[in-house]
Design a protein. Structure first.
Length: 284
């Protein structure tokens, strides 16, 4: 699909057939932009720290791009602030049903950085959802205007329900697990199809081979999983679990696996190099 003529963008189109869906829903999926903003009001200490982080990311961006086969040349050397403006212009022009940001939109918290992102999101003309990543832990009150006060964020498009949660600490505590289960079941009872959005992808027996390319740091599962998170992973694999797909970030590469039979987990590439996805959920 020819989505844009801007060479910065590397848009992957993915069609996801879903049982019970009544009409197509398009979600524009981006992740891991790693904004870090310093302005004229910033302290000299923060300005120096922000520059150091930007410089460090240049090499990291290149290594991830090489690993996943994403382009990384002159058009992709722009800073995250310019990249954010490009994303906002693109979704306002193309008008998918939703803009989904699966974490690490910020590299490090600062008032300047979150305000910059907030100002940008006010310009987005379609519904959007931002779930927090591991670079966005702490400072909970500052994130509330963007993620809401509820444990589970919910956006609905037709009869597709996008459920957003915070697993940025690489855990699913029982309280969060129960909230997800209740929300997913309620959506199903109302005739809707729930899709889960979170930052860190899961490792289960069904995708062990596919996710073996990742360092354990990138996955919720494996030997370091805590008991409550393990219970949630077991729930996701139950035949009666109504969640139809999982959308993640964190790995900085476009990656697809099945966390349960017939159910896809889709990880998004790094937005720092313009890699993103148009996910088309279609009725079976």
């Amino acid at each position: 699909m020819f989505y844009t003529n801007d060479p910065y963008f590397q848009v992957r189109e993915r069609v996801i057939p879903v049982q019970g869906l009544k009409e197509e829903v398009q979600i524009f999926h981006m992740s891991d932009l790693h904004l870090i903003v310093a302005d004229e009001n910033s302290t000299e200490e923060w300005k120096a720290f922000a520059k150091k982080q930007r410089d460090a990311w240049q090499g990291v961006r290149l290594s991830f791009a090489k690993l996943y086969g994403d382009a990384y040349d002159e058009p992709h050397l722009i800073q995250p602030e310019e990249a954010l403006a490009k994303y906002i212009s693109l979704v306002n022009e193309k008008r998918p049903h939703c803009l989904l940001m699966t974490g690490d939109m910020l590299n490090d918290f600062s008032t300047e950085t979150i305000d910059f992102l907030g100002d940008g999101l006010q310009k987005v003309e379609i519904p959007w959802m931002w779930v927090r990543g591991n670079h966005e832990v702490g400072n909970d009150e500052a994130y509330l205007p963007y993620t809401g006060e509820g444990t589970v964020q919910i956006l609905r498009f037709g009869n597709l329900s996008l459920l957003g949660i915070d697993n940025s600490r690489k855990k699913i505590p029982r309280e969060l697990s129960e909230a997800v289960k209740a929300a997913a079941q309620q959506e199903k009872d109302q005739g809707n199809v729930p899709v889960l959005a979170m930052h860190i992808p899961v490792k289960t027996p069904h995708n062990t081979a596919e996710t073996s390319i990742f360092n354990p740091y990138f996955l919720l599962g494996g030997d370091d999983v805590d008991a409550e998170s393990a219970e949630f992973l077991a729930y996701l694999q139950e035949e009666t679990c109504p969640i139809a797909a999982i959308l993640c970030g964190h790995v900085h590469g476009h990656h697809i696996s099945e966390y349960a039979p017939g159910k896809q987990q889709i990880c998004c590439s790094s937005a720092m190099v313009g890699a993103c996805a148009l996910l088309r959920f279609v009725p079976v």
